[in-house]
Design a protein. Structure first.
Ligand code: AMP
Length: 221
C-alpha cells in the first residue's frame, strides 16, 4: 500500500482535513508546513519571528526556512510508517530539492493527490474554518459535516477552537493567486513523474476520503 503522499490544492480545499483522516486511518503522519510555522509563531522563536508577517499577509516563506523546518520534522521517528504532506512542496524549486534529498530513500514521494474544487466554494471553507488549539482537528461552522457538537469546543479532546489569522477574505485572494502562480505548476511536474491523481473534492470531506482510499488501497507493493 502507498505510504508517502503529497496533497496539492488551493487554500481551503480540504488538504488538512484529508491528511488528518489519513493519519487516523493508516497511521501516516500528517506533516503540515503551515502548522509547523504557526507553532513557531506561537513559540516566538527565531523562525516564528521571521515568518509571522508573511503568514498574516498570505505570502510564501523562503525555501531555506521551509527546508530547515522540514529537515527537523523529518528527523523524528514517527515518519517511519509514512506521511501525508500538506502544504509542501509549494513550488517547483521545493519539489526538485525534495526529490534530490529523498531519492532512493524511504521518504520518497509515492503519490500526489490534487484536490479539485470550484473557486467559489473556497471562501466559505476558509472563513468558516476553525481549528482545535490542542490537537489541530479542523472544523467548519458552515458545513454540517464538520461542525463541532458544542460551539467553540473540540469534539475529540475538548480543546478550544480558534480561527487562523490568515483565514479572512482579503488574505484568501493573495493566497489563491500565489497558489495559481507558484503551486499549480507542480501538477504538471508530478504528472510527468506519473505520480499525479486528480480527485474531485467538491462533494465534501467524506466523499473525498472515499475516493482517496480506493486509490491508496488499490496499489499494492
Ligand atoms: P497553510 O497552512 O498550508 O495554508 O500555510 C499557511 C502559510 O504558511 C502560507 O500562506 C505560507 O505563508 C506559509 N507556508 C506554508 N507552507 C509553505 C511552503 N511549503 N512554502 C512557503 N510558504 C509556506
Amino acid at each position: 500500500m502507498i505510504k508517502n503522499v503529497v496533497l496539492i490544492a488551493a487554500p481551503g480545499a480540504g488538504k488538512g482535513t484529508l491528511a488528518k483522516q489519513l493519519e487516523e486511518l493508516y497511521n501516516r503522519v500528517h506533516i503540515s508546513t503551515g502548522d509547523l510555522l504557526r507553532e513557531a509563531v506561537e513559540k516566538k522563536d527565531e523562525v516564528g519571528l521571521k515568518v509571522k508577517s508573511l503568514l498574516d499577509s498570505g505570502q510564501f516563506v523562503d525555501d531555506e526556512t521551509i527546508f530547515a523546518v522540514m529537515r527537523k520534522r523529518l528527523a523524528e521517528d514517527d515518519i517511519a510508517n509514512g506521511y501525508t504532506f500538506d502544504g509542501f512542496p509549494r513550488n517547483i524549486k521545493q519539489a526538485e530539492r525534495y526529490d534530490e534529498i529523498s531519492k532512493d530513500s524511504s521518504i520518497v514521494i509515492e503519490k500526489v493527490f490534487q484536490l479539485e474544487i470550484p473557486e467559489e466554494q473556497l471562501i466559505s471553507r476558509i472563513t468558516g474554518r476553525r481549528l482545535c488549539s490542542n490537537c489541530g482537528k479542523i472544523y467548519n461552522i458552515y458545513n454540517p459535516e464538520l461542525t463541532p457538537k458544542v460551539e467553540g469546543v473540540c469534539d475529540s479532546c475538548g480543546g478550544s477552537l480558534y480561527k487562523r489569522s490568515d483565514d479572512n477574505e482579503e488574505t484568501f485572494h493573495e493566497r489563491f493567486q500565489t497558489y495559481i502562480e507558484k503551486t499549480q505548476p507542480l501538477i504538471d511536474y508530478y504528472k510527468e513523474q506519473d505520480k499525479l491523481v486528480v480527485v474531485d473534492a467538491s462533494m465534501g470531506s467524506n466523499e473525498t476520503l472515499k475516493k482517496v482510499r480506493e486509490i491508496m488501497e488499490k496499489t499494492s507493493d
